[in-house]
Write a new protein. Structure first.
Length: 415
């Protein structure tokens, strides 16, 4: 059995932002990163890929090229967590021991929870920006669309980037206008939620925009089945249990999601299956040498890479204090998250807020509810560099310092 000072599970933005800093601090052979995939994906780009505004290749890098040089990459999958023995088990049966564990394994997509989805995906107008293969189909299907029903769904589960299903709806609606098929098209957005966006501060603006663009909204409406042969989708209304069938010519699915099974089945899970951490310190509520961040954590904010920027800074401060045996006042996470709401090829509403309080936490000294082409440029061209060159190597821990520095420019009438 190998033993490490710190073991990190997963090399998405959560795992890399932490392992880069810790491996630099502790030196060789001290930090292991367990990650099966040989590719790392910048998933926030996938909305732009689906909308035809970015090439898929810009969202991928070889895992070896983003792995911290001082960390040991164990290219395998964790199958079991054994926190009572400070060990994890790999798919090859080996065990890896740790003093401290950081879990950052992301969210699991449960394609099977919609009947017929797996078979239908990627063919005959059925697509999803939520997978590596199908995201490449979205734009070709939008361009091939000749009119009829364009249907978009939002699942009845937690999901990563809760704005993503809405963003692709707006981008597709605009594309149908540009392609001259909009007047023969019903754009239908079926969401399991009771409103378009969880935070009303931005949601009200978004709803007004959806109305202006003629997007039909159906609330509490959950996709339960796809009949690809007949191009028909089945929905359940979760307010009155009514079942409706809807013919589609284009269908974008945001699939049901949930905690990874190996976490759900472990002692680290809360009742819902997420890694049960303190929402301020990111330390596990029962096992003091375990931390988690990102999509697999129980942190009650919306699951985004933007949230991970803030989470990673807090986690590292607290874990480094543990490693050094220092008694410091714990760093605390405020629930910061962001949803760059792309509403057109050159239009974006940069929602930034605390998922804990619902209060806006805006970086720039303007009312960010305004549609902005500058925000679109920042999100499309600048934030990707901040991700690859700042978040992954541990130096970018979110915009809170920028926000504080710019505060003096903020008009008094803004929140
Ligand atoms: P992930 O990035 O999913 O990484 C988890 C890693 O763990 C993976 O590499 C995986 O291979 C590995 N892993 C899984 N299981 C195991 C195991 N058993 N053992 C070892 N390793 C394992 N966020 C934003 O901030 N802004 C956006 O605009 C935005 N848009 C998005 C649009 C789309 C279409 C999607 C899909 C996501 C979007 N996101 C956005 C969300 C963002 O991509 C995620 O929140 C972020 O990637 C989560 O990072 P993570 O490290 O927690 O998990
Ligand atoms: C951010 O830092 C980040 O990660 C690098 C994102 O994820 C892709 C974001 O979406 C956002 C909004 C931020 C915040 C950065 C700024 C400059 C507001």
């Amino acid at each position: 059995n190998k033993n490490f000072r710190v073991v990190v599970v997963g090399a998405g933005p959560g795992g890399l932002s932490v392992s880069s800093t810790l491996s630099e601090l502790l030196g060789k052979d001290q930090v292991a990163v367990i990650e099966p995939s040989d590719k790392h994906y910048y998933q926030p780009l996938w909305t732009y890929v689906g909308g035809g505004l970015k090439d898929f290749n810009e969202s991928v890098k070889p895992m070896g090229s983003v792995m911290p040089s001082e960390a040991e990459w164990i290219q395998d999958r964790v199958t079991k967590l054994d926190p009572d023995n400070n060990q994890v088990e790999l798919s090859n049966g080996e065990r890896v021991g740790y003093d401290y564990l950081v879990v950052a394994a992301g969210i699991q997509i449960n394609w099977d929870q919609v009947k017929g989805l797996k078979e239908a995906l990627g063919k005959d107008g059925v697509t999803s920006n939520y997978s590596v293969d199908s995201v490449k189909k979205t734009y070709p299907f939008i361009q091939d669309f000749k009119g009829g029903n364009a249907v978009f769904t939002f699942p009845n589960t937690p999901l990563k980037c809760p704005g993503a299903p809405t963003k692709i709806t707006f981008l597709a609606e605009e594309a149908f206008r540009l392609n001259g098929v909009r007047d023969k098209t019903n754009v239908i957005y079926n969401t399991s939620l009771g409103k378009i966006f969880g935070v009303d501060h931005y949601g009200k603006v978004l709803q007004r925009l959806a109305d202006e663009r003629g997007i039909q909204m159906n609330f509490q409406t959950e996709l339960i089945e796809i009949d690809a042969a007949n191009k028909e989708a089945t929905f359940r209304n979760n307010a009155n249990q009514a079942i409706t069938k809807q013919p589609y010519d284009f269908l974008h699915v945001a699939p049901p999601q949930g905690p990874p099974s190996f976490i759900k089945e472990s002692k680290l899970a809360d009742a819902a299956g997420w890694v049960d951490v303190n929402k301020e310190t990111l330390r596990h509520n029962k096992y003091a040498n375990v931390y988690a961040l990102g999509d697999c954590s129980s942190l009650p904010t919306s699951k985004t890479a933007a949230a991970i920027t803030g989470e990673s800074g807090v986690l590292k401060t607290n874990l480094i204090a543990d490693l050094k045996g220092e008694k410091i006042e714990a760093a605390t996470y405020d629930g910061y998250t962001s949803c760059p709401l792309i509403v057109g090829r050159q239009q974006l509403i940069l929602a930034e807020f605390s998922g804990y309080t619902g209060q806006p936490l805006e970086t720039f000294p303007v009312d960010q509810r305004q549609i902005s082409n500058v925000s679109q440029y920042i999100n499309k061209e600048i934030i990707p560099s901040l991700y690859w060159g700042g978040l992954l190597n541990g130096t970018w821990t979110g915009p809170s310092k920028v926000r504080n520095a710019l505060k003096c420019f903020r008009p008094a009438n803004l929140a």
